[in-house]
Design a protein around this ligand. Structure first.
Ligand SMILES: Cc1cc2nc3c(=O)[nH]c(=O)nc-3n(C[C@H](O)[C@H](O)[C@H](O)COP(=O)(O)OP(=O)(O)OC[C@H]3O[C@@H](n4cnc5c(N)ncnc54)[C@H](O)[C@@H]3O)c2cc1C
Length: 448
């Protein structure tokens, strides 16, 4: 199968050597490879948050016979590899530009849905008793330059007065007293709701809950072929067997095998994001940077970094990955990320890095998520394009798809997310667009 990145990024049999894999506890219960032909009502391709959330709600809220197929293990994709930020976002468009592009009411609907999506994760974790290791109670967006602080002040005004989001702006001195200090700290915007979690534990928790409510999950069951028969049933073929289903949910996001169905070709732009995690920092080391927060934090660069102190006092630091996905690019990229980490917190320059891994986030040509039902085949549903903010968005989207299927009609969705979205012009050139976009963003970051 021809893919956008090097095969290195699609080794479905290999888990990432991540901190999350090392600390996720038991495997989900009762998950086996598909070994014979089976039939179900709804088949879901992709066992990350989108697919598992859809499966959980279909089984629990609508008693629908649902199966999930994942090419790797459950949570193999971005859902098992992310930074664990459960915060508002979900788009690559600045909040002021959302209003310009879509109008104030549509922009507000979208941001309201983002807030609801964060609360949804908290609610489902409580309802299903998921052990997600939640920490922090807000998201911090830190100005890396004085100029960036001006933009944050504008954002604060917009968030508070237009979007009605709970936010607060703090100057550099107050920030240092309350949160931390660094060479790139010029004040921050604090927004709520937002918290952090253990992404793979959350993913496995969703899987267990889906099974408990009657869903069937198949891992190591890559869908190699998808066709629709004269009987109107979809046939999803894997190496071990095939599933026949009345309806299909396509939930593969950044790892989308777009050749499976022509309608999805050229709609997404997967982008590598990479994370490093240090050994545990002791109290003196934390004090050296005045670190005293467990809120998930990002900076304001166009190519941003995301970071947080983990519950066991290790430090997680993430940023953009490389643009071809091969092993050499991967190594060089980790070196860049680590040197940025050292530049921002010089006191931690000697702290050993113990974990490093990466994965694909998913962008779209509109820089907004896409959620819906195919126009020419109402038995196919999809959701993707969370722009590196899928913990809440994918979980919420899975529930929207389940409600749509369960009730037989579309739920109330923000206009901004509806439908397939535009194809990239000349999709074969997507990696060139990406390289160009990254080059321009890096140049603008250097100037700011
Ligand atoms: C390094 C990194 C850091 C991130 N940090 C954050 C963060 O802190 N907060 C946040 O909100 N978001 C973050 N994200 C984004 C977030 O993880 C994703 O948006 C979200 O997990 C997407 O969930 P999903 O279920 O749609 O896709 P995924 O979790 O990627 O799942 C897709 C699944 O599809 C499967 N698949 C692919 N092809 C096939 C096939 N042919 N047959 C069967 N299965 C197939 C894959 O194996 C994969 O498991 C991050 C992403 C990365 C990579």
């Amino acid at each position: 199968m021809k893919r956008l990145y090097d095969d290195n990024l699609y080794r479905f049999n290999e888990p990432q050597a991540s901190y999350w894999e090392a600390t996720a506890g038991d495997r989900p219960v009762a998950v086996v490879g598909l070994q014979k032909d089976e039939t179900c009502d709804v088949a879901i391709i992709g066992g990350g948050y989108t697919g598992l959330s859809a499966a959980l709600h279909l089984a629990r809220d609508y008693d629908i016979d649902v199966r999930v197929l994942d090419a790797g293990h459950i949570g193999w994709g971005a859902s098992g590899r992310n930074g664990g930020f459960c915060c508002i976002g979900g788009t690559g468009v600045q909040r002021r530009d959302l209003i310009k592009l879509y109008g104030e009411e549509n922009a507000k609907d979208f941001v309201r849905a983002q807030v609801e999506a964060v609360e949804h994760v908290r609610r489902i974790a409580a309802e299903e008793n998921l052990e997600i290791q939640a920490s922090g109670a807000a998201e911090l967006e830190v100005a890396h330059t004085p100029k960036a602080f001006d933009r944050l002040q504008d954002d604060h005004e917009l968030l508070t007065n237009t979007y009605g989001v709970d936010s607060e702006i703090v100057g550099a001195d107050e920030f240092r007293e309350r949160y931390y200090d660094s060479t790139e700290q010029f004040g921050a915007l604090i927004s709520r709701p937002g918290f952090a979690l253990h992404p793979l534990r959350y993913c496995k928790g969703l899987a267990n809950a889906a099974v408990r409510h009657g869903a069937t999950l198949h891992e190591h069951s890559e869908v190699l072929e998808w066709r629709k028969g004269d009987d109107g049933l979809h046939r999803l073929v894997t190496a071990g067997g095939a599933i026949k289903a009345r309806r299909v949910v396509f939930a593969t996001n950044g790892f989308m095998p777009e050749q499976l169905k022509p309608e999805f070709y050229g709609r997404t732009m997967p982008v590598v994001s990479a994370i490093v995690v240090t050994r545990e920092l002791d109290a003196d080391e934390r004090a050296a940077q005045q670190w005293r927060t467990d809120h998930p934090t990002i900076n304001c660069r166009r190519i941003l970094n995301y970071f947080r102190l983990l519950p066991d006092n290790r430090f997680l630091f993430g940023g953009r990955g490389h643009t071809n996905g091969d092993a050499r690019g991967e190594r060089r990229n980790y070196e860049d990320i680590i040197s940025t980490f050292h530049r921002i917190w010089p006191a931690w320059s000697d702290v050993a890095i113990e974990y490093r891994w990466h994965g694909l986030i998913c962008m779209t040509s509109t820089f907004c998520p896409s959620l819906g039902q195919l126009e020419d085949d109402s038995s196919v549903f999809f959701s993707y394009g969370y722009h590196g903010n899928g913990v809440n968005t994918a979980s919420w989207s899975g529930k929207q798809l389940a409600d749509w299927i369960g009730n037989g009609r579309s739920p109330q969705l923000p206009e901004i997310v509806k439908g397939l979205g535009r194809k990239y012009p000349l999709p074969g050139l997507r990696m060139k667009y990406l390289q160009l976009g990254i080059g321009v963003s890096a140049w603008l970051d250097r100037r700011s």
